[in-house]
Design a protein around this ligand. Sequence first.
Ligand code: NIG
Ligand code: FE
Length: 418
Amino acid sequence: MSYLFIENANEVITVKGHSDKPAIKGAMNEIGIIKNGSVLIKDDKILAVNTTDFLKTMYQKEISESVVVDATGKVVAPGLVDPHTHLVFAGSRENEYNMRLQGASYMDIMADGGGIHATTRATRKAPFEEMYNESIRRLDKFLEHGVTTIEAKSGYGMDWDVEKRQLEVAQQLNYDHPIDIVHTFMGAHVIPQEYQEKPDDFVDLVIQEMIPKIAELGLAEFNDVFCEPGVFTPEQSRRILLAGKEHGLLPKIHADEIKPYGGAELAAEVGAVSADHLLKVSDKGLEQMAAEGVVAVLLPGTAFFLMTEVANGRRAIDAGVPVALSTDCNPGSSPSTSMPFMMNLASLKMGMTPAEAITAATINAAHAIKRGEQIGSIEVGKRADLVIWDLPNHIQFSYHYGVNHTDTVVKRGKIVYS
Ligand code: NIG
Ligand code: FE
């Protein structure tokens, strides 16, 4: 048995009260701030959270046995959760970045055989160790920026061996690294070049061969598809997501990013856990997502890096959709591992308050990967994943931008970064 006592924070941000369902509308702004607060951790769980005075009176014995961390003048908040990453890949695409800066478009680069195809070529060639070594460096960066759980997708293999290798790398990383990883199969990331003339054959391969094997081997929990003109149609996406469901894989979807395409409506229809991107989502799509409780995972870094309009977070929140934030970390459209920067963009570009951005990066992000009951808030009994931020109050999360304010990261009750 071991105790950790984090004492004397200016603000403890609990984000409490949403473990069963994500926060929507006005509740996204209520982040449960305790002024002059402390957190008592027993082993890997939160034992108590309250004002410093209250805990020091009520838990004298436990505190006397604790490792004590002083958070005077700082903010303590739940570990950040990134619910949408393409963590495992090989290589990088700064050449395409340079082309885009001179006017080329993301989709045109892909249509010319670059983009996702370029990373697929690099990833297909990369042995396990190379992919592992490149990805663990990214995980370290996530941790340094206060992230304690991420989702990680496959999708740069698009043949069985490489998709499997990517997911096995992610499983090994989950085992070796303090960050918890939740696994998503994304065999349907793009129609691979060898199937350009026969896209439905690739859809059949994903449905008939890959999904059943992924499920049988327990390599993933979620199944994602890039539903976009020139990639997978809504009909193909529906077949892929329903096939996943039959094998127990929960649906997720890259939806309505570049053109409105019915992706949000499809997410609601198939009961997706989340629909992600949504820059061009229709009002009807948002309404249906709200009715079904589908989480909107918004990715402002992608729009920033592709130099396009960001998704309208305010509109989604006002429509009653639970909103989460993510980096979309990937080598083409968002090579970033900084959730605090996404929170900054959410406030400056998406009409979200700093408090809403915190909710979106913690408890709602946890719900976007079905982990709302275990993580995403500082509440008694939940996993002790939290961050001490070297900031005097929560508004500075999205105010003091471009600087890493991580002071200490606690994962499952252990200090893993300081
Ligand atoms: O979410 N939209 C599809 N997939 C990624 C981009 C992947 C890449 O460009 O390598 C995304 O933006
Ligand atoms: Fe993505």
